[in-house]
Ligand binder design. Structure first.
Ligand SMILES: Cc1cc2nc3c(=O)[nH]c(=O)nc-3n(C[C@H](O)[C@H](O)[C@H](O)COP(=O)(O)OP(=O)(O)OC[C@H]3O[C@@H](n4cnc5c(N)ncnc54)[C@H](O)[C@@H]3O)c2cc1C
Length: 390
C-alpha cells in the first residue's frame, strides 16, 4: 500500500523544511530525509550570518525579501528571536582601495546606510586586526546573526502545525512517474505517491534528479572549512569580518571566533570533513590578518556549499519533467534567503505567478529556471571563483 500526498519534499535541510512549511498551507505534505538528524549536512554547518549585499543581484533581492520573516516570524513559529544584530565589515589593503570603492557603490544600491571607514575607524571597530595591514573598509550595520537551529526548528514546528508529515532515515532510492503521479520508494521499503516532488536534496540534488529520470543541471558541491579559536579577548561586540578578496572570514560566536579561509574545494556529495592542510592555511591567514595568536583549535568542521555556474539557485518547475520542482544550488545564502526562496518555490510548485513582492524586486522565474543550466554555453562556465587554497 502506498500513501498519497499532494507534495513530497526530499531533503530535511533549511530548503526542505521551509518549502514544506509553505506548501503545507495549500495541501498535504510529506518530507523525506535520509539522515536521522534533519539538518545534519550543510544547514547544520553554516556561519549563520545574513548580509543583504552578499551574492549576485537575485540573491541580494531574495535576502532583502527574507528580512521581515526573521524580524517578525509568523505567529507560533518561534518563541525566541531568530536573529540578533551583528554588523559586517569588509576590509581591504591600500593597493585594493579602488576595488573597495567600486564595491561600495554596489553595496549602496542594496544597503544605503553602509559606510566607508578609514584605517583608524576599522581598527576601532575590530581592535584585534593587524595594525597597518588594513587601509579601509565597508561597514554594513544592518547585517545580522541568524539562529539557524531556531529557524530550522521553527519551520519544522510550523509545518507540523499544518499537519505535514516528516520521515527520517527515509532515503529515496527509487522513483517513477506514471499517470500524473510520482511513486517514490524509500530505503526501508515505504512507497509514497504525489503529483509533485520538490528536490531539496542539497549536494545530492543532481543524484536525486537522475534517480527520477530527470535531466541534471550541473550542481557542484564545494567544500568550505571552518574552525573555532579562543581569542583571549572580548570579541562579543565585534562585527562579522571579511576581506575584499574573500580569502578569510572571522565571526564571533559565543565568546569565540569562527574562522574560514573561504575555500571552495570541489567535492563529491558526502559528509564533508575538514582537511589538515586547510586548517593549517586557515590558522596562517588568521595570523596574517589579525594580531591574534591562538594556542589551539577548539572546534572544526566543513560543509558543502552547492552552486551552478551563474551562482543563482535552481528553483521552480522543470519544463522537461512534469511535477518535478527544483530547490537546489542555494550556495552560501541558503539560510539568509530561505523565507523568500521557499515562497517562490511553493508558488512555482502550485503553478502560481511569482509572489507580487518578489516581482516588485525584479525577480522572474526565468532567473532560476532549471532549463538555463542545460544550455551548452552555461555548462562551459566555471563554477569556482578562484583556486584559493591549492
Ligand atoms: C561553512 C559554511 C558557511 C555558510 N554560511 C552561511 C551563512 O552565513 N549564511 C547563509 O545564509 N548560508 C550559509 N551557508 C550556506 C547554507 O548553509 C546552505 O545554503 C544551506 O544550508 C543549504 O541547505 P539545503 O537544505 O539546500 O541543504 P542540506 O542542509 O545539505 O540539506 C539537504 C538534505 O537532503 C538530504 N538528502 C539528499 N539526498 C536524499 C535522498 N535521496 N533522500 C532523502 N534525503 C536526501 C540530505 O541528507 C540533506 O540532509 C554556509 C555553508 C557552509 C558550508
Amino acid at each position: 500500500m502506498s500513501q498519497c500526498f499532494d507534495f513530497i519534499v526530499v531533503g530535511g535541510g533549511i530548503a526542505g523544511v521551509s518549502a514544506a512549511y509553505e506548501l503545507a498551507a495549500h495541501g498535504s505534505v510529506c518530507l523525506l530525509e535520509r539522515e536521522h538528524q534533519l539538518a545534519f549536512h550543510t544547514t547544520g554547518r553554516s556561519a549563520a550570518i545574513s548580509m543583504e549585499s552578499y551574492g549576485n543581484q537575485q540573491i541580494r533581492a531574495l535576502t532583502c525579501a527574507s528580512r521581515a520573516f526573521y524580524e517578525t516570524p509568523p505567529e507560533g513559529l518561534a518563541e525566541h528571536p531568530l536573529w540578533a544584530p551583528r554588523g559586517a565589515l569588509i576590509v581591504a589593503s591600500q593597493d585594493r582601495e579602488a576595488q573597495l570603492r567600486s564595491r561600495y557603490d554596489v553595496v549602496l544600491q542594496q544597503v544605503p546606510q553602509a559606510r566607508l571607514l578609514d584605517a583608524r575607524e576599522v581598527l576601532e571597530l575590530v581592535p584585534y586586526l593587524a595594525e597597518g595591514r588594513w587601509h579601509a573598509g565597508i561597514y554594513e550595520a544592518s547585517a545580522f546573526d541568524l539562529d539557524v537551529h531556531g529557524i530550522h526548528a521553527g519551520y519544522l514546528a510550523g509545518m507540523r502545525q499544518r499537519a505535514a508529515v516528516v520521515r527520517r532515515e527515509a532515503e529515496v532510492v527509487e522513483a517513477v512517474r506514471s499517470q500524473g503521479q510520482w511513486r517514490l520508494r524509500s530505503r526501508d521499503g515505504d512507497v509514497l505517491q504525489a503529483p509533485v516532488v520538490v528536490n531539496a536534496a542539497g549536494a545530492w540534488a543532481d543524484e536525486l534528479a537522475a534517480l527520477c529520470g530527470v535531466p541534471t543541471v550541473g550542481v557542484r558541491a564545494l567544500r568550505r572549512t571552518v574552525l573555532a579559536v579562543d581569542p583571549h579577548c572580548d570579541v562579543h561586540h565585534t562585527p562579522y569580518l571579511g576581506t575584499l578578496d574573500e580569502d578569510i572570514f572571522i565571526k564571533p560566536e559565543a565568546g569565540r571566533l569562527i574562522v574560514s579561509p573561504c575555500d571552495e574545494t570541489p567535492s563529491v556529495p558526502c559528509d564533508a570533513q575538514p582537511e589538515e592542510l586547510d586548517l593549517a592555511i586557515t590558522m596562517d591567514r588568521l595570523e596574517s590578518t589579525t594580531r591574534l595568536r591562538p594556542r589551539a583549535i577548539v572546534n572544526k568542521w566543513a560543509g558543502l556549499r552547492t552552486f551552478v555556474a551563474d551562482r543563482s539557485p535552481v528553483l521552480g518547475s522543470d519544463d522537461q519533467a512534469p511535477g518535478f520542482v527544483w530547490l537546489a544550488a542555494v550556495g552560501g545564502y541558503g539560510i539568509q534567503a530561505a523565507p523568500a526562496i521557499a515562497r517562490l518555490c511553493a508558488a512555482a510548485a502550485m503553478g502560481h505567478a511569482m509572489p507580487v513582492d518578489l516581482q516588485g524586486l525584479g525577480l522572474k522565474y526565468e532567473h532560476f529556471a532549471p532549463a538555463r543550466c542545460r544550455d551548452g554555453e552555461f555548462l562551459k562556465r566555471q563554477v569556482t571563483r578562484v583556486a584559493h587554497l591549492h
